[in-house]
Design a protein around this ligand. Sequence first.
Ligand code: BZD
Length: 829
Amino acid sequence: EFGEGKGKAERIFGLMDVFLKNDPISLQKDILDHVEFTVAKSRFSFDDFEAYQALAHSVRDRLIERWHDTQIHFSKKDPKRLYFLSLEFLMGRSLSNSVINLGVRDQFADALSQLGFEFEVLAEQEGDACLGNGGLARLSACQMESLATLDYPAIGYGLRYQYGLFRQVILDGFQHEQPDYWLNFGNPWEIARIHITYTVKFYGTVTDEVLNKEKYKVWVPGEMVEAVAYDNPIPGYGTRNTIVLRLWAAKPSDQHNMEAYNTGDYVDAVVNRQRAESISSILYPDDRSYQGKELQLKQQYFFVSASVQDIIRRFKDAHKNFDEFPEKVALQLNDTHPSLTIAEVMRVLLDEEHLGWNRAWDIVCKIFSFTTHTVSPDSLVKIPVDLLGSLLPRHLQIIYDINFNFVENLKKMIGLDYDRLARMSIVEEGAVKNIRMANLAIICSHTVNGVSRLHSELLKTKLFKDFYELWPHKFHYKTNGVTQRRWIVVSNPSLCALISKWLGTEAWIRDIDLLIGLRDYATNSELHQEWKMVKKVNKIRLAEYIEAMSGLKVSLDAMFDVHTKRVHEYKRQLLNILGIIHRYDCIKNMNKNDRRKVVPRVCIIGGKAAPGYEMAKKIIKLFHVVAEKINNDNDIGDLLKLVFIPDYNVSVAELVIPGADLSQHLSTAGHEASGTSSMKFLMNGCLLLATEDGSTIEMIEEIGRDNIFLFGAAVHEVPALRKKGPALKVPLQFLRVVRMIREGHFGFKDYFKSLCDKIEGGNDYFLLGADFASYIEAQAAADKAFVDEERWTKMSILCAAGSGKFSSDRTIQEYAEKTWGIQPCRCAF
Ligand code: BZD
């Protein structure tokens, strides 16, 4: 491990104790060294951003040290490893999370303060890594952190997009998108591994060749691109284990097209080569619909091919026989985006390792598990056959072969039920022939996971019913979770300290079930005082942010009511806005006496709309015009204030969630596969106003019906309500608020017409009208509870106390034990 010759290793061990000490003087020396030699600024003159860069590099050194130790340990033990494949990771900021997980937060803060810097101020200098869209991508980030904390031998693979998710800018109430060139100022959290590169092939033709009398397929590519590894260490909490998220960047290939160079068109040839980099340049900003664009497919295969080469290289370093592959490798497909991995592993085993179909197929069937994050058939990825055949001709053949075998076997099992055969086939026939990636993933995976119990039921009875009936044993669920390290320890330090004080231990940070101990103090008046104090501190922090951002001063006595998530019709931000208009209308029509009883609210909405999603963009504009009217109505004052938080991302969430009194989760029942922001709010003692959907159902079991404001139709009632169409009865108040929008009470009446049309006259697919009365009732119940401070605080404590189930530690442990078959491998250096 330390090179050849004993002398060398001994010399290195002899030097060990001079490395990376964590006392204040050593930390200050490290930071100043980085100021001088990494940032290249004089150590007598550097600003906050440069101090942040030097600090980040000092932390990075410590991450690298532990990561190396972990690597060596894993290599020695050679455990079965999990490879987590996802095209999206929403990591957010790294500094605070890293120092907390490394256990050096206070040491760094002290060292900095002696140098005249404040840790918190420097932490604000960091930009977010937004390499993902929404829930699915943030879940991947939480799961990586839990994998590290629980000592599992895992590696994450993804793409190193040069442009992350667009920055949302609001101009005159409209969303505009701006590019997020997040690498502009360098990224201290990644390590470029310029020597870890793989060639990725595209296009070309497939020929037959004979080797030792056996026939093999040979793919002669038409284009080649290099994939370069960028490693992002992920430290666990309370362990030395540090795992890695390896992101691939595209670079032009060294394998020149000599022809082009010789024609004398040197400049054009070089410029063309440069186009290779576009493969990893941009994250697609639509979190649901697949565009069927060639570049998107190229991205997927680029990521898949590089990852598979890396996995096979690591396996072959220690093993000769591929029959051992399933004992050493578990491949997790995060939704369908990486499902080309299946065809790629098959291709490598067949065409490069020459295992033959049966052996290769046997291996493939043992290594893949697939998790889906959606309930909507529209979100299922389909790739046009022509596109796939031109870009990846060999993969199309393999997929056809897999499908042929599958359909032949299926006929034996179910007979000639042609409709069902057509539905289950990987190939969708029609005007445009498509490859159904979900079918490929289900057929080739040993496990298909949903992300909540309800989601799994919907998969079994609706989306994947045919497959469930064929292979009931494949279908499971692992209810999502989030990491309490980021969502309490990093984002809510005051609550973190309070919980540790009352539980008498910090052990809950690794073992979240201990939070249940807070129940014993749910009515303790001393805890109540301290709990309210913590909420106030966080509300002040949020109010200051709101004022700095929008100039709006909000009252701390008001209920901070938060609705933050990607904007989608099914998530029903529109229902919230209609509710706000109704509240406004009621206040306007009240006498002075009644107004005194109104619970003041600050309604906070945040979230991005996909750039091409017209309805979502109209919803954002509607919120702004309503805000404009209400916020400037002197008659209303502090009774109702509306705030839109632009560019909602992970670091903004860290600020908003701890400051919320109430949070809203309004999806039409049966549409939110799980929902994870609700878990973060719950852990932070924020009350929920929600429909019985996704993970909320499981939350009710944990915290009790009395501690959540529920409303709306249940999943089983939705189809009948929809069926009623125009005959569906909706309350008069609903008609009244929609009319206010239609008649131009808030301006832009023509612009909002299509939005109103979508929720009236039998078009109300997401049932806003049907759920409106129940929504208003739940809101009234929340108001009533809020004025009873003692009751509210008790509910808040019980929410946090009952949130233990929703830690990603629990989710990951379930996956490890039941799906991946991996064991912890703790680094004992
Ligand atoms: O995944 C989300 C779900 O909508 C949430 O309910 C769930 O909590 C999280 C995490 O499991 N889904 C997504 O973010 N994205 C997709 O489902 C998706 C599906 C197909 C294509 C692109 C995105």
